[in-house]
Design a protein around this ligand. Structure first.
Ligand code: PMP
Length: 390
């Protein structure tokens, strides 16, 4: 049967059917619940049961903290999509990509003799705010968040006794663009955050083959609450430093989580995953079509331009369908775009959090259909108000 869900904040009543007209639509968080209907359809085959005496030990029978069977399924998932080359790569798990982002920073800024200056951690604006927030929160002598990539030129990099760690997010959060590393040279290390490099959100031009690549279950199957991510790592020394980080912070990822993820992958991999990716892409395509159509009538608001590319997975030329709209307030006086949207009862995420101008706001498009419909209703109002006032 259909699961009983909690009401969206804009609906009330016993069956969640009463719309409260003045509620504020929440388009802030990137909670990927748009995939829920796919899992409702596969409710029985995707469920697990764990008896009380199961999986009590810290470790698997071979003494490791990582399920080999899950590793082999991760390799299969990447092979089926063609989004990352896993050959010869080490694989490590984390409590979401969030933990792995920090583990990678730790591993790459490892200061062997303790005498060099802190590694400079950089990302291109607009960037995912957590990179900066983590570095500033877990202050150490090993690294320092050092702002936008473009501030640093070749001379800085060549002359420097410091190393750089560049975070590359592709497709990017917030604007959905496919990105390449900017900095180059022997003192530069890169972390590729490929959380959104899946067919739901982007054409897949070619398998990624980078030194450190981070993925998350959150954006692949939608199970953000399971807190599961993985990293593919080329270099053994970096892998070992990330392992040490995991050992000393949480001693690995919950075995229940690993069991659940394995089950989800088994279901998602049926027919090479076509059904899940078709569902994910079609849902996002539909949302982008509606949003673009509505905003095409507006002069006050614009969204990012995204160029179609050949997708090797679908063998079709496709326009990207990113998780977020990166909305810009075009009017001179609308420099605080977050407030402008708030006055129309839409909560987005302000551009300055991403290192960008306040005339940008990120809107989440990955929540439930109800959330999206409410957002569209508000956007249509906003656009029609604009033509009234002209
Ligand atoms: N990287 C990016 C670019 C993200 O957008 C997110 C989630 N919003 C994460 C990492 C963290 O994902 P997780 O849920 O796996 O911690």
């Amino acid at each position: 049967g259909k699961p009983v869900c909690e009401c969206n904040q804009c609906y009330g009543g016993t069956d969640c059917s009463q719309l409260s007209p003045n509620c504020v639509v929440d388009a802030d968080s990137g909670d990927p619940t748009f995939l829920e209907p796919y899992w409702v359809k596969h409710a029985a085959s995707s469920s697990i049961m764990v008896a009380g005496w199961h999986r009590m030990s810290y470790e698997f029978n071979d003494g490791s903290l990582i399920s080999e069977e899950l590793i082999s399924h991760i390799r299969k998932v990447h092979a089926a999509v063609g989004n990352a080359n896993t050959e010869g790569k080490y694989i490590i798990f984390g409590a979401g990509a969030t933990q792995l982002l920090h583990a990678a920073t730790h591993a790459l800024s490892f200061n062997i003799d303790g005498t060099s200056s802190p590694s400079k951690v950089v990302a291109s604006t607009p960037y995912y705010p957590v990179y900066k927030e983590q570095k500033e929160f877990f202050k150490t002598e090993d690294y320092k968040f050092s702002g936008d990539t473009s501030v640093w030129n070749d001379t800085d990099i060549d002359s420097s006794a410091t190393s750089f760690i560049e975070f590359v997010t592709s497709p990017n959060n917030p604007d959905g663009q496919l990105k390449k590393a900017i900095l180059q040279g022997p003192s530069v290390k890169t972390v590729h955050d490929l959380a959104y490099y899946w067919p739901h959100y982007t054409p897949i031009p070619a398998p990624a083959d980078e030194d450190v690549m981070i993925f998350t279950l959150s954006k692949l199957t939608g199970h953000a609450g399971s807190r599961f991510g993985w990293a593919l790592i080329k270099d053994e020394a970096v892998y070992k430093r990330m392992l040490t980080y995991m050992d000393l912070s949480t001693y690995g990822v919950s075995r229940e989580t690993q069991l659940r993820v394995l089950k989800l992958f088994k279901v998602a991999l049926e027919g090479n995953g076509r059904e899940m990716y078709d569902f994910g892409y079609n849902t996002m395509r539909n949302r982008w079509d509606k949003l673009s159509k509505s905003l095409s009538k507006s002069k006050r608001f614009s969204i990012q331009q995204l160029n179609p590319q050949l997708c090797s997975f679908s063998q079709q030329v496709k326009a990207p369908t990113p998780a977020f709209a990166w909305l810009k307030c075009e009017r001179e006086e609308d420099s605080d775009c977050f407030e402008v949207l708030q006055s129309f009862k839409i909560t987005g995420r302000a551009g300055n959090l991403f290192g960008a101008e306040g005339r940008y706001v990120r809107l989440s498009l990955v929540k439930t259909e109800d959330d999206f419909e409410l957002l569209m209703e508000r956007i249509k109002k906003l656009v029609s108000k604009e033509s009234e006032s002209e």
